[in-house]
Unconditional design. Sequence first.
Length: 167
Amino acid sequence: MLVAAVSVGLITYFLFSSSKPKEATLIQDFHAHRASFELLRDMLQADSQIHRLADWGVQTDKGIFKPPEGDFPRERFNKYLATLKEIGGVGVSRGDGIHADPTILLWGSGFGGDAVHVGICSLDKVPSRQIDSLDQFYRDHKSPVGSGWIYQHIEGNWFIWTDLWSQ
C-alpha cells in the first residue's frame, strides 16, 4: 500500500509540477536548433502516412505501431527520435494534405481534461488566434479559457503553439 501511495504521489508531482517553458527559452532553442526543426518539418511533409509519432510508436491510418512492427521503416522512426532528442522534443504530428501544418510537441503537463501542451509548428496559413506574448498570456489567464490552440509568431511560417485545455 505504501508503494502504491508513493507511486501515485510521484506521478502527480511530475505531471503537475513542471512549469511551462518560457517564450524566450522556446525562441532561443528554436534558433539554436533551427536546422533540426526544419528537418522534422520536411520529414513530416514527406511522410504523409503519419498522424503522430513519439517514443511510444507511430500512428498511421493503419493503426499505432512501434517499429519494427507495422510498415513504417525502423531507420526513419529512429531518425525522428534522434532529431526530437536534439531539440528536447516529445513528439510530432501532422494533419492531412501535402504540407499539413507539421507540429512538434516540446512540453506537456497535466492529465486527462486538465492538460496543457506547448510546441512549435510550421503553418501554411496565418492562424487567427495569435497572441503577442506566451508568457503574458499565461500571466493573464489563471483559469481555463476554453478549447483550441493559440499561436505566437516566431518568424516566417514558424509559430509557438499552446492549447487552452488548462491554465
